[in-house]
Write a protein that binds this ligand. Structure first.
Ligand code: ZN
Length: 342
């Protein structure tokens, strides 16, 4: 099969498009003919070996494959060759204290598809059949591949960790990112009032279309000051953080007393100044959020299937141009999701 593969970590020149052996199907595995695979910044970090990511070598990236079952292991039940499937985010041990308490997203033995095991930038992927999910008829392969990480992440942040309630004010940072696009939709689905930030008018217009109630151009204005103006000096109940160093102080300053800051990442850096005094006198909660659990993905996938949650597709690239697709997201040219198709 053909695959976008790297034999050593580093720059984009290490990503080759090569003929490699098609994986062998074990008794509990499914071989999936990949039709679409969503791109993520984690694909870049995996190829570079940056941000502490160490994939085995040689390696095929791609976290979000969707396709059709091509072959099944002898012990697999409940699936047929030809079924349209989404490949779940990771395999987990199912036995540790996190797995057995519904926190499989932090299983220490978790193997992320496209990071710890080969992913979807290939004609085929072989995974345990237990991590497959059916793709609803209403969704194309591209839509299916564009949804999981954005909506799974946003749901775990807002619903599970921050426990948003109707009427609350939620500040969504960097609304042009895939997770920002999903964050707006999840917050609006739960009846929150959303303030969205972005750096261009075009991105703000799209955030408005997705349901954001108030818009702030953070390149032109201090977003914490704008939050206080919009909320009549009250502040927001929840800040949806994934930017990191560049926004951290202003994010904390945007919170009302008893507010919650929930973060799933730090794309601009891992360290930020925290005003400890404001944390205690405002009784602020700082909440970390990592990926999503198998259980909570069922309602997410149901809402994606019903097209209540709509992934925004920026553009697609053919599989042979996976390197160009990775460069495109490295250059941050997209609004929403970039997907490789085959
Ligand atoms: Zn486990």
């Amino acid at each position: 099969m053909m695959a976008a593969i790297f034999h050593k970590r580093g720059g984009i020149e290490n990503l080759k498009f090569e003929d490699v052996p098609t994986p062998q199907v074990g008794p509990r595995d499914a071989l999936v003919k990949v039709r679409a695979c969503g791109l993520n910044h984690l694909d870049i970090f995996t190829r570079e070996g940056s941000h502490g990511v160490r994939a085995p070598l040689p390696h095929i990236g791609g976290l979000e494959p969707a396709g059709e079952i091509a072959e099944l292991g002898a012990e697999v039940r409940g699936w047929r060759v030809g079924d349209r499937v989404l490949v779940g985010a990771a395999t987990t041990c199912g036995e540790c204290e996190y797995c057995t308490t519904g926190n499989d997203n932090i299983c220490p033995y978790r193997k992320v598809v496209g990071v710890n095991i080969d992913g979807g930038f290939a004609e085929y992927i072989c995974v345990p059949a237990s991590i497959l999910l059916p793709i609803p008829d209403a969704l194309s392969f591209v839509e299916a591949a564009a949804a999981p990480s954005a909506f799974g992440t946003a749901w775990h942040m807002l619903v599970t960790r921050a426990a948003i309630k109707p009427g609350e004010w939620v500040l969504i940072l960097a609304a042009g990112s895939s997770v920002g696009v999903a964050g707006i939709q999840v917050a609006k689905h739960f009846g929150c009032q959303v303030i969205a930030t972005a750096s261009t008018q075009a991105k703000l217009d799209k955030a408005k279309e997705l349901g954001a109630d108030y818009l702030v151009n953070y390149a032109e204005r201090n977003f914490a000051h704008e939050v206080m103006r919009i909320t009549a000096n009250r502040g927001v109940d929840v800040v949806f953080e994934h930017v990191g160093t560049d926004t951290w102080e202003k994010s904390i300053a945007s919170l009302r007393p008893t507010g919650r800051l929930v973060t799933c990442g730090g794309t601009t850096g891992r360290f930020g100044q925290t005003d400890i005094w404001s944390v205690f006198w405002k009784q602020i909660s700082l909440l970390g959020s990592f990926a999503w659990t198998a259980k909570e993905f069922y309602p997410v996938w149901d809402l994606v299937g019903k097209q209540v949650f709509r992934p925004i597709i920026d553009r697609t690239f053919p599989l042979v141009e996976t390197a160009a697709a990775q460069q495109y997201i490295t250059d941050r040219k997209q609004f929403g999701k970039v997907v490789v198709v085959n």
